[in-house]
Design a protein around this ligand. Structure first.
Ligand SMILES: Cc1ncc(COP(=O)(O)O)c(C=O)c1O
Length: 419
């Protein structure tokens, strides 16, 4: 596998691997998600190297990008998967993922979702509440199976990231409170159809400093000791995902630094370490290509109105997220300030504010970078715009991994009423 930059600029044109983005946009139309296969695989190998332990496992967080081909590529590399729904389970199995490498989080697992996961034989249920233990135990008993369980801990660690992507604080809905972990573990051990595997943490996403992870490690070691005293062995420790990436100029942690922050606290723990990275693998592996529909100079602002909006990439509208936006082909005119906005009838439908770039012409292609995570997987048909196609680039080869939607796709599941 060749080391690749994924997306980069050369001689005034932006590329994915060896192909100019502008040519991809011409061939496949816009809006279009473009992924770099080799960037994704390199990132996966970086994580495997950083974990550096054959009994441990990288479980890709499917929610960050659930395209079947992306899952298939990672499955072929031997990756595990972190899922949060029956739909994600079905996707991973369809893509050839190994059920024994699947871990399943989520506060609202239904009976039918639990049943499907039990029948598939997944590695671990990350259980988030006492009622969930009860339901899982009962179901496993009915099926004559043993359900492997990790307790998702709410560690009361503030990841100091955007409030909508912080998950490890007391007021968040996730996990079991710290003071109830021993009681929860005892219950798992006592219930006939559950098997206690260990503890699970996930404190939030896009974390760029090591101290929240150090605090996670401290909480973990404290609980390991308490459970050991209670005679309960922790075989696996899942530290979740959350490793941040660079969207603008932010300093980020390397995978080694991330794992070191946690491991430095763990003392003599020799069990299995699981990680659930999503964004780190897929964010930089993808870009969203969009075409300028109009350039609209206005009284206080100038707007580049493009054919992708919050329907194609929700992150700026939902999390005030910043994405770099670059012309696929540079223009030589003087740059000016403009907002890049979509066609959706919502004021929040902005992809980028106050960007400095030469005024674009209708038809110009822009690339929204680092859009591979929580991009396509959060896309919608709001305002009845079809969702974008997705393509995968491997050096000079391209594969269509999701066809563009048609208007018929918009109402394919709807029915006119009968008179
Ligand atoms: C339980 C769980 N694990 C892993 C992740 C992946 O996080 P990230 O994409 O920040 O690595 C998430 C995302 O929110 C999550 O909820």
């Amino acid at each position: 596998m060749m080391k690749t930059a994924g997306f980069y600029s050369k001689d005034g044109r932006y590329y994915c691997e060896q192909l100019p983005l502008v040519e991809l946009a011409e061939e496949y139309g816009t809006p279009l998600y473009v992924y770099s296969k080799n960037y994704l695989l390199n990132r996966y190998q970086e994580l495997v190297k950083a974990v550096n332990d054959p009994q441990s496992l990288v479980c890709f967080a499917v929610k960050s990008n659930s395209n079947l081909a992306i899952l298939q590529l990672l499955a072929r590399e031997g990756s595990g998967f972190d899922i949060v729904s029956g739909g994600e389970l079905a996707r991973v199995l369809e893509a050839g993922g190994d059920p024994q490498k699947i871990v399943y989080s989520g506060v609202g697992k239904t009976r039918s979702e639990q049943r499907a996961a039990l029948e598939a034989g997944i590695a671990t249920f990350n259980v988030e509440s006492f009622p969930e233990f009860k339901q899982l135990d009962q179901l496993a008993g009915e099926l004559g199976l043993l359900a492997p369980v990790a307790i998702r801990v709410n560690p009361e660690v503030d990841a100091r990231t955007h409030h909508k992507i912080t998950t490890g604080k007391k007021e968040n809905k996730f996990g079991i409170p710290l003071n109830l972990i021993e009681q929860a573990a005892r219950q798992v051990v006592e219930l006939d159809n559950l098997q206690f595997m260990g503890l699970h943490f996930h404190i939030g996403s896009q974390i760029t400093s090591s101290d929240p992870f150090e605090r996670l490690g401290q909480r973990a070691v404290d609980l390991l000791n308490r459970l050991e005293t209670a005679g309960i062995e922790v075989k696996t420790l899942n530290i979740g995902g959350g490793l941040g990436v660079c969207y603008d100029q932010e300093e980020t942690l390397t995978p080694e630094r991330w794992l070191q922050a946690v491991r430095s606290q763990l003392g003599s723990f020799e069990g299995r370490l699981l990680i659930e990275p999503g964004r780190y693998l897929t964010a930089g592996a993808g870009a969203l290509l969009t075409s300028v529909v109009y350039y609209k100079p206005s009284v206080n602002k100038n707007f580049a109105i493009v054919d992708a909006g919050m329907n194609s990439l929700l992150r700026p509208a939902m999390y005030d997220a910043y994405h770099r936006i670059v012309p696929a082909v540079e223009r030589s005119q003087q740059p000016s300030r403009l907002d890049v906005v979509g066609p959706i009838c919502e004021t929040g439908d902005t992809l980028g504010k106050d960007r400095l770039m030469p005024p674009p012409e209708p038809g110009d292609c822009l690339a929204v970078l680092e859009a591979g995570a929580y991009g396509a997987s959060m896309a919608s048909q709001y305002n009845s715009f079809p969702r974008p196609a997705e393509i995968l680039v491997d050096q000079t080869e391209v594969q269509l991994i999701r066809r563009p939607e048609t208007y018929q796709d918009l109402w394919a599941k709807e029915r006119l009423i009968e008179q």
